[in-house]
Design a protein around this ligand. Structure first.
Ligand code: PAF
Length: 278
């Protein structure tokens, strides 16, 4: 696996591949790789000729400094995992490479999605995400880019950005990978104590409850019952539990295509999860 740290070097390598007629897949990550990320790499290997994974803990998307500081960075293990997975190129730049001192502005208007759910609880988050993903797209010039459904709102935001800038990139939204007990894989799970990890199962249990009962209970009943999974625990603090239209993420007013989304503090760790309902 080639390891590249400068944008220019990445772009010239990719242009060579493109001259050879190869299709490029990009898997953008912030590292601390787990099976969820590796499933994106596998999907890219399946769909394209050259797979690039990027590892960059992007400071502009963290609205909480502590969260940024404690974000895990096991780079040696990550490299090993990517090599084992068969990834062709790792792009692993320093902060100064992606954000030279004079370059801090990014005026893209995310729109409505910036003010609801994750946008409401993490102001500025999507501005940072779109800023870095745009830079990664520019440097890696991928034909396809792969994202996990766990960050469903992020996927919609990036989809909108690709449309707004008319970028010739196909986006793939890939299934959430879960541990055997249902917990969605996340780089943040390593921060959970045994007690917190057990309590964190409430997220997937509540989502599964909603999915299983979607045809039988009203929207209000579904939310009321699902909320009960988060009561009576000292470590859980629910931020939101919503049933939304999967395209707009507006609260659903009547049954139809739907996705349930949850964000919850588990001790000091913030977890999100979601499930398509219909
Ligand atoms: O989903 C993530 O890991 C990040 O938000 C991303 C897309 C790599 C941008 O930093």
């Amino acid at each position: 696996m080639k390891i590249i740290t400068h944008q220019e070097d990445l772009t010239s390598l990719i242009l060579q591949y493109k001259q050879e007629g190869k299709r490029i897949g990009l898997v953008p990550t912030m590292g601390a790789l787990h099976q969820g990320h590796l499933s994106l790499v596998q999907e890219s290997l399946f769909c394209t000729d050259v797979t690039i994974a990027s590892i960059f803990v992007n400071p502009t998307q963290f609205n909480n400094k502590t969260d940024l500081l404690k974000y895990p960075k096991p780079i040696a293990e990550d490299i090993h995992k990517l090599e084992q997975a068969g990834c062709h190129v790792l792009f692993h730049p320093e902060v100064e490479e992606m954000y030279p001192a004079e370059d801090t502005s990014w005026d893209y208007q995310v729109g409505k999605l910036d003010h609801i759910l994750e946008g409401e609880f993490r102001p500025g988050h999507y501005k940072g995400v779109t800023q870095i993903v745009y830079k990664l797209f520019k440097a890696a010039i991928p034909d396809l880019a792969f994202f996990g459904q766990k960050d469903y709102q992020q996927f919609l935001v990036i989809k909108k950005m690709v449309r707004d800038f008319n970028l010739p990139i196909q986006l793939k939204n890939c299934a959430i990978v879960r541990d055997d007990d249902g917990l969605a894989m996340s780089s943040r799970n390593i921060h959970l104590s045994a007690e917190e990890r057990f309590a964190a199962l409430s997220l997937s249990k509540a989502l599964l409850f909603i999915k299983d009962n979607y045809d039988f209970l009203s929207l209000d009943e579904l939310k009321e019952q699902a909320n009960k999974f988060f009561t009576g625990s000292d470590v859980l603090k629910l931020e939101y539990l919503r049933i939304c239209n999967p395209d707009s993420l507006q609260d659903l007013q009547q049954k139809g295509p739907a996705i349930a989304l949850i964000a919850c503090m588990v001790g000091t760790t913030r977890l999100i999860d979601n499930m398509m309902l219909a």
